[in-house]
Design a protein around this ligand. Structure first.
Ligand SMILES: O=c1ccn([C@@H]2O[C@H](COP(=O)(O)O)[C@@H](O)[C@H]2O)c(=O)[nH]1
Length: 287
């Protein structure tokens, strides 16, 4: 299997991600407009409330972190008007130089995956993002249309490996080698040949009781960037990230949603929370 080359003149996703992390650190601010957060911010639970919430977060995140991760669910719950806000958020992230991780966790049979790939990874699509999360539980091979279109358009994907929720282990750690280890092997094949870091990332939670190596996952050899949710509201902190991903920290992106968003709506307070997490993560991961 050969991974398509990126279109001429485009920097591959892995390289772009590493440059962003080097410049801004590993923090990725989660855009998770939960109804309770909208209420705490004094905003209505409407598309206009979502829009105001999201643009305030983007303003505070600009020039303070590497990336943002809009959670599609909270936009979709408002139907087409919410999805229109998501389109605007993705465009506004690009304008602000923030790399986007659209958290949609898509996965389906290959023919349908082609549709999802075009929605999130095709140039000119209204919902195009720099990267998107994918679920491999219909079989890693079923993700092929998205894996290939991402490579071709210099975008990225993040495949669920070991998720941060406690229920994930019953599926992901089943078998010997585990499901997660078999997914990782295939991710490594797709990243082979990338000089520093490939375009197929892996989601590995920061809340794991054991390190990926102890769980049989050779992340270092996979060439995969890692997206590690679980910091803040789910209980993990910067030291958990440093311990869990020792030796790999230059390619770890750390999404934090509620842990940042609860500081709003004041723009200065939000900016301070973002800068605070960014400094703590950089400090812990550098050591
Ligand atoms: O394993 C996973 C995969 C994705 N998520 C998503 O990340 C954020 C976490 O939000 P916090 O407020 O920082 O807890 C959310 O969008 C999840 O759907 C995850 O938590 N774990």
């Amino acid at each position: 299997m050969t991974t398509p080359d990126p279109r001429p003149g485009r920097q591959p996703f892995g390289e772009r991600l590493l440059d962003q992390i080097e410049q801004w650190g590993p923090l990725c601010v989660g855009l998770d407009p939960h109804p309770h957060l909208l209420a705490d911010w004094g905003l209505p639970d409407t598309p206009e409330g979502l829009r105001s919430f999201s643009l305030s977060v983007l303003d505070a995140a600009e020039n303070r972190c590497a990336a943002v991760k809009p959670q599609s669910a909270f936009y979709e719950r408002h139907g087409s008007a919410g999805v229109a806000v998501l389109e605007e958020v993705l465009a506004a992230s690009r304008e602000r130089g923030l790399l986007s991780v659209l958290d949609a966790k898509r996965g389906d049979i290959g023919s349908t995956m082609g549709g999802y790939a075009q929605a999130y990874l095709q140039d000119g699509s209204p919902l195009v993002a720099d990267s998107v999360t994918l679920s491999p539980y219909l079989g890693y091979g079923s993700l092929r249309p998205a894996l290939d279109l991402a490579a071709e358009t210099a975008r990225g994907v993040w495949v669920l490996g070991l998720t941060s929720n406690p229920e994930g282990a019953e599926v992901q750690l089943a078998g010997e080698p585990t499901v997660a280890a078999r997914i990782l092997e295939q991710v490594a094949q797709d990243n082979a040949g990338a000089p520093r870091c490939g375009h197929v990332g892996l989601v590995v939670g920061a809340t794991l009781p054991r390190t990926p190596t102890e769980l049989g996952l050779d992340l270092a050899a996979s060439g995969a960037p890692v997206l590690t949710p679980g910091v803040g509201a789910q209980g993990a902190d910067e030291h958990d990230v440093a311990r869990t991903f020792a030796g790999l920290t230059e390619r770890v992106l750390v999404p934090i949603g509620r842990g940042v968003l609860e500081s709003g709506p004041d723009g200065a307070a939000l900016a301070t929370a973002i800068q605070g997490w960014s400094d703590r993560l950089r400090g812990a991961l550098r050591g």
